[in-house]
Design a protein around this ligand. Structure first.
Ligand code: MEV
Length: 322
């Protein structure tokens, strides 16, 4: 019988298509090399005991009978993933779980999706149940939606497949984009964005002004399709210009913020080819495309505006057994 299993999955950064991807349009996402790992072991009783030191959780205990109850926020993704796995595959066991994160959930780099994917993959290994990537995607996406209600699933796809992906809502298309490099700088605004609130705000806008907002999403979709080609050509100048156009459209649906705009302008003023917010907006991170000569200047410019440079390797490997 298999004993301890350890699995890790990467975080993500949205490059193009934020928000529009929630509404049946494509996006481009890349996996980042900040990983979250989940270690699982079976227990002989009916308890689940969870240690998540990065979230200040030590020795959190719950019995299997209570797994259906609404869990506290910090442990929600892990416990809902376990519940969904047990229900789908008709298995059950007490578990010892330990999670470890290489990045703060503050950054909006996809810690919830990474921990969900790692937990489900680890469970499939522990119980010897073979599930392919699409099945892992569907169960992980269901878990995230059970908790958050809204979301395209792009972050789940990045955690599973890794690399850089062309992705359409709900995993209708998940296509790798083969590239060697992505010369981008990531800056954190210092403000934690509430993704679900922003996504719901955009839903309301769409309901109020469907023609205008659908046109905005269609324009974003065209930018995504062009960016997919230019990224593969390593045409970073054009990729930067497309980022600027994408950012204008995000501004039009009111998801940017003054902090994001400050960092974006600072990066462009020192020679970045282009920059935009990454994710839901309202805070979290921005990204800028810059070649080698400008790279350090862009970092300095972001820091001068009180942003935090986040050192990440993009195009990282997807979920893996450690
Ligand atoms: C949030 O990181 C990105 C959004 O497009 C939401 C989603 O795709 O789930 C705003």
């Amino acid at each position: 019988m298999i004993k301890m299993v350890k699995v890790s999955a990467p975080g993500k950064l949205m490059l193009f298509g934020d928000h529009a991807v929630v509404h049946n349009r494509p996006c481009i996402v890349t996996a980042v090399d900040h990983r979250i790992s989940v270690s699982l072991d079976k227990r002989n009783d009916n308890k689940i005991i969870l240690d998540a030191p990065d979230m200040n959780i030590k020795n959190y205990k719950i019995s299997l009978d209570n797994l259906g109850k609404q869990p506290p926020k910090k442990v929600r993704f892990v416990l809902t993933a376990i519940k969904n796995f047990f229900e789908k595959y008709k298995v059950e066991s007490g578990l010892d779980i330990k999670t470890k994160s290489e990045f703060s959930s503050e950054f909006g780099l996809g810690s919830s999706s990474a921990v969900t994917v790692s937990t489900l993959k680890a469970l499939s290994e522990l119980f010897g149940i073979k599930i392919n990537n699409k099945e892992l995607f569907d169960l992980s996406y269901k878990t995230v939606l059970d908790i958050q209600d809204v979301g395209s699933g792009f972050d789940v796809a990045a955690a599973i497949y890794g690399g850089t992906l062309y992705f359409v809502t709900g995993g209708k298309v998940i296509e790798p984009i083969y590239i060697k490099e992505l010369p981008m700088v990531v800056g954190y605004t210092g403000i934690k964005a509430d993704t679900a609130t922003l996504v719901k705000m955009v839903y309301r806008k769409l309901a109020e002004e469907p023609e205008i907002i659908n046109k905005n999403f269609d324009d974003i979709a065209r930018i995504v399709d062009k960016a997919k080609i230019e990224i593969q050509r390593n045409n970073w100048k054009r990729v930067g210009e497309l980022m600027n156009l994408n950012q204008e459209l995000l501004r039009d649906i009111d998801v940017s913020s003054k902090e994001l705009e400050r960092l974006i302008s600072a990066a462009k003023n020192v020679g970045a080819y282009g920059a935009k917010l990454s994710g839901a907006g309202g805070g979290d991170c921005m990204i800028a495309v810059a070649d080698k000569e400008n790279y350090n200047n862009v970092i300095k410019a972001i820091e001068k505006e009180d942003g935090t440079f986040i050192e990440v390797k993009l195009n990282a490997e997807g979920v893996r057994i450690e």
